[in-house]
Design a protein around this ligand. Structure first.
Ligand SMILES: Cc1cc2nc3c(=O)[nH]c(=O)nc-3n(C[C@H](O)[C@H](O)[C@H](O)COP(=O)(O)OP(=O)(O)OC[C@H]3O[C@@H](n4cnc5c(N)ncnc54)[C@H](O)[C@@H]3O)c2cc1C
Length: 392
């Protein structure tokens, strides 16, 4: 079964074209041959090799949506969507997707969208080739959902900024070469007092203070970083001073949409695995797929996946056309992340005791899925945004 509904001779589902589907096949082959066989070991080691960035850069996957002049493929967000969906669909862990996509989809876009030419040459170009790894640093020990309350300060000094504070939960935070970092550039901070500075890991006073152990996403590194009198030159200010909040908001839309697309890929895989397993596992002398309870579970999973796909693809199509889709993106994230947790839980139930075991993908999928309703803005925050956009 092709749960993506896009294989064989069927026309590609909108917004995708035949060209996107070609890319889908290329990414699928890459994931099956170069990621899937290694994932278990990388999860165990708590990180995937740095060379995977180089390899993805070499194959053009890190620059799908960026212009050729920076080493990209000159594609669009739709190409990135295919990449993310396939990366999550077939055997790749949430951790591999998180590490690669934190780099391509939350750290590099602000540099492309708000950076000047010098900044693009310094971080975007080596980022696209995989030579330098990026991370986005917003969250702090005392500021998660309430991003405007960050406390890391950047004090203006001659020729630059003096940064003090700390960040936590930063994907790629342990090994990133550059950190796109939210800092307070006024005494009051808040919506009108946040800016972005790009920090580099070899600056004096920049220190990785921890690597976090997590429920899921084991193969991605999640770091804590401290800053003590880090001198950051003026040339590292991204966009306008005190306009960082707009940058955060601009970035969230794509991050949340991508998380939704990733969830769809993972759902397909779990449904595939559940169908396959239920046909070959026997109980009481017959395949468990012959029990109505199993069939109904899988029917519910497939229905939930189809609804998730329909809303997400429709929002992606509108996002790509340049429409304002804040409410819809929040709906996508709210719907898909919870739906994936439920689907992974049902898939594990269908697999019985074997589902609970390490060598079966479903155990990892359930753990990995649980971050979805938290990271990139929690379910509760998505509901707040949707409510506000409904005039409540
Ligand atoms: C594995 C992992 C990777 C991450 N990667 C990154 C990264 O690369 N960069 C980065 O900057 N951050 C990253 N994060 C941080 C992530 O974005 C935050 O965890 C998330 O924004 C939630 O913040 P918090 O954990 O501090 O929860 P809190 O904000 O403390 O929330 C705790 C609870 O209170 C609820 N709550 C808070 N405010 C409200 C409200 N107004 N109304 C109702 N309920 C509310 C929340 O919904 C939640 O249920 C990552 C987190 C994890 C776990």
């Amino acid at each position: 079964m092709d749960a993506s509904g896009s294989g064989g001779s069927k026309p590609p589902p909108p917004p995708f074209t035949a060209e996107h589907e070609e890319l889908r096949q290329t990414v699928r082959r890459f994931v099956e041959s170069e990621i899937e066989p290694n994932v278990a070991e990388w999860e165990e080691r708590r990180e995937f090799p740095r060379e995977l960035f180089d390899r993805c850069g070499e194959l053009g996957f890190l620059g799908l949506k960026f212009p050729d002049e920076y080493g990209g493929q000159g594609g669009s967000h739709l190409h990135d969507a295919i990449w993310v969906e396939e990366l999550s669909r077939r055997g790749a862990s949430g951790g591999v997707g998180a590490g690669l996509n934190a780099h391509t989809s939350i750290a590099m876009p602000p540099i492309f969208n708000f950076g000047d030419e010098w900044q693009k040459q310094r971080w975007l170009v080596p980022g696209i080739s995989g030579e330098k790894i990026g991370a986005l640093g917003i969250t702090e020990p005392g500021a998660g959902s309430d991003v405007a309350s960050i406390r890391t300060t950047a004090k203006k000094v001659d020729g630059g900024w003096l940064v003090n504070g700390s960040k936590t939960f930063i994907t790629n935070g342990v090994r990133c070469d550059f950190l796109v970092c939210a800092v307070k550039t006024t005494e009051a901070g808040g919506h009108g007092g946040i800016s972005f500075l790009v920090l580099e890991n070899d600056m004096d006073g920049y220190e990785v203070t921890g690597k976090l152990e997590k429920l899921g996403w084991h193969s991605s590194d999640t770091g804590e970083i401290g800053f003590e009198d880090v001198e950051v030159p003026d040339s590292h200010l991204l966009g306008q001073e005190n306009c960082g909040f707009q940058l955060i908001m601009a970035n969230f839309a794509w991050e949340r949409l991508l998380m939704s697309i990733g969830a769809i890929g993972a759902m397909d895989r779990l449904i595939e695995l559940s169908i396959e397993y239920s046909k070959q596992r026997e109980a009481f002398g017959r395949p468990i797929s012959s029990f109505q309870a199993t069939r109904h579970k899988i029917a519910d999973m497939a229905t939930s996946a189809a609804a998730s796909r329909a809303l997400t693809y429709d929002t992606l199509r509108r996002f790509e056309k340049g429409e304002t889709v804040i409410k819809e993106v929040s709906m996508c994230k709210l719907l898909t992340q919870r739906a994936l947790v439920k689907i992974a839980d049902e898939a594990l139930q269908i697999h019985g005791g074997y589902g609970y075991m390490r060598e079966y993908e479903v155990e990892r999928a359930l753990r990995d899925a649980r971050l979805g309703p938290i990271g990139g803005g929690t379910d509760e925050i998505m509901r707040e945004i949707i409510g506000k956009n409904l005039g409540l």
